[in-house]
Design a protein around this ligand. Structure first.
Ligand SMILES: Cc1cc2nc3c(=O)[nH]c(=O)nc-3n(C[C@H](O)[C@H](O)[C@H](O)COP(=O)(O)OP(=O)(O)OC[C@H]3O[C@@H](n4cnc5c(N)ncnc54)[C@H](O)[C@@H]3O)c2cc1C
Length: 485
């Protein structure tokens, strides 16, 4: 509602925040200091429990992400003090035709959590664990998974699936899927959500679950932030083990490697199955299967039993015991090292694909035969299978095959524009080749994507996404950085 600004409103604004409104004519924020030069009428900012920032430092901090490839400067950053703040700011954004995006930890690679000239909602200020029961946790979307894991482990509980890196926000990974080494058993993180609270693009706070507002539930999980902002989630928990035995097994042959991976996800003898394409000593590639058995002493995994009938290169096995938390937090030392040498802030032109199980050996074999270590930026290449019958959410898009493989080149690029451009061009080429054999993209990465690419990506459920967008975000305010609508 547009109000004529008054002395009283300005005074109230001064008390609650320096920003007092938005000048719709000049498309700029009005502060108590510049109110005199604002157009005669402006829309008053509602009361906020948190703070809306418009200073250069706050805006610059969210104009970038882990990818360091795309920069978009928002006009303001909300650090919400309550869920109601998100309701208020979305209603305010509707009135003023401002775009809005939630930002979890900003670990996207290609501007997915950015918005030019709009409002970024920094979810990290909503970071409370509200309830921890025997089989579920109720958490704010700004909680990071490591924080939840530490709390649940005190009750010998754990989320069933964790990503390789656990400093990601719950809202961020639930907007995408959240895949990890336990996904062959439990699906992705979105398959382990019992209930959500959402602020839709219409500015309404709604509760949804498989039994209530299911349409909204399915539009938001793996929904790339298009229909609503996840503000609270009820996450399923299971009993946790205390220890992990990790097995690294090396293969020279891709087909033997994927054969064993398929065997392991079929018989589920391990709790965790992943794998990587790794460099060999001769400038080529070999394959590392990473599998883990979770246990609580005095019980122990039987090494002979779990390694039975696997065809890794004899004598290459590396076996190590860790605490459950240290295993799940295994990337932390590498990240600390990369941060200490400054490489963590290099560009990250990642590519993350789901390749059909029926074509994976041909696709990956062809691709890596042309790939040098320099093309990858000396970075990990993930390759591991998951079973699609574990995936229940329609917007989590994988190929139409019972087994699909996550194939991801997690590139760190040098500070050199030509190399970054080449990596991005390669990403597009690799994506197209995979798309043409029925593959999909896991959209955390950096691939140039058009509207028709998105249509193709969501093909059987594109109509469902479009109607959900019309229903829950009719003004098309939310998450423009994905480039879908
Ligand atoms: C080192 C590293 C390792 C990774 N490992 C894995 C892995 O093993 N498995 C895996 O699945 N992914 C992995 N990822 C990818 C990761 O899941 C995504 O980058 C995810 O976006 C990160 O969460 P975030 O909190 O940083 O989200 P952001 O980058 O902040 O946001 C991602 C998207 O979600 C939207 N969003 C954020 N919060 C909300 C919310 N509350 N409601 C609605 N929309 C929201 C944003 O607007 C944006 O579009 C990894 C990333 C990194 C950097």
């Amino acid at each position: 509602m547009k109000n004529k600004t008054s002395r009283r409103a300005i005074l109230q604004g001064l008390i609650t925040s320096a920003i007092i409104g938005f000048d719709v004519i000049n498309r700029s924020w009005v502060t108590s200091a510049n109110a005199a030069s604002a157009s005669k009428e402006f829309v008053n900012l509602p009361h906020l429990d948190g703070v809306l920032y418009t200073d250069d430092a706050a805006r610059a901090a969210v104009s970038n992400d882990f990818g360091h490839l795309v920069y978009r400067l928002p006009s303001s950053v909300l650090k919400p003090g309550s869920i109601q703040d998100i309701v208020r700011i979305i209603q305010f954004a509707i009135q003023n035709n401002l775009k809005v995006a939630a930002r979890g930890q900003g670990h996207s690679c290609y501007g997915q959590a950015q918005v030019e000239e709009g409002v970024i909602i920094d979810m990290s200020t909503l970071n409370k664990i509200h309830d921890l029961g025997a089989d579920r946790a109720v958490v704010d979307a700004g909680v990071v998974w490591s924080q939840l894991l530490q709390a649940t482990l005190e009750q010998q509980l754990t989320p069933p699936v964790l990503t390789d890196y656990i400093e990601l926000s719950i809202g961020g990974t639930l907007s995408l899927g959240g895949i990890g080494g336990a996904s062959h058993r439990y699906g992705v993180q979105v398959d382990n959500v019992l209930e959500l609270q959402i602020v839709t693009g219409s500015g309404k706070l709604e509760t949804c679950s498989p039994y209530q507002n299911r349409d909204l539930f399915e539009a938001v999980l793996a929904g790339l932030g298009q229909c609503g902002i996840i503000v609270r989630a009820t996450i399923r928990l299971i009993q946790a083990f205390t220890n992990v035995r990790v097995f690294h097994l090396y293969y020279d042959n891709l087909n033997t490697f994927t054969h064993d991976q398929r065997l392991l996800i079929a018989d589920e003898r391990f709790n965790f199955v992943e794998g990587q394409v790794v460099s060999d000593t001769k400038g080529g590639w070999r394959y590392m299967l990473e599998a883990a058995s979770f246990y609580t002493p005095p019980n122990q995994p039987d090494n002979t039993l779990v390694l039975a009938s696997l065809s890794y290169t004899s004598g290459t096995e590396q076996i190590e015991d860790k605490s459950y938390f240290d295993f799940l937090n295994r990337l932390a030392p590498t990240v600390a090292f990369l941060q200490s040498i400054g490489v963590w802030s290099n560009p990250h032109p990642w590519i993350n694909l789901f390749v059909p199980g029926t074509a994976v050996e041909q696709y990956v074999g062809d691709l890596v035969s042309t790939l040098t270590l320099a093309d990858t930026g000396n970075s990990p290449i993930l390759l591991y299978p998951v079973k699609t019958d574990r995936f229940k959410l329609p917007l989590f898009r994988t190929p139409n095959d019972p087994v699909v493989f996550l194939f991801a080149i997690l590139r760190t690029a040098p500070l050199d524009d030509a190399t970054v451009r080449k990596m991005l061009d390669d990403n597009r080429r690799f994506f197209e080749k995979n798309r043409d054999i029925g593959g999909t993209r896991y959209p955390v990465d950096a691939i140039k994507f058009s509207h028709s690419d998105w249509k193709q990506q969501f093909r059987p459920v594109w109509g469902k996404l479009v109607s959900a967008k019309r229903r829950y975000d009719p003004n098309n305010l939310l998450t423009p950085g994905q480039g879908i609508f």
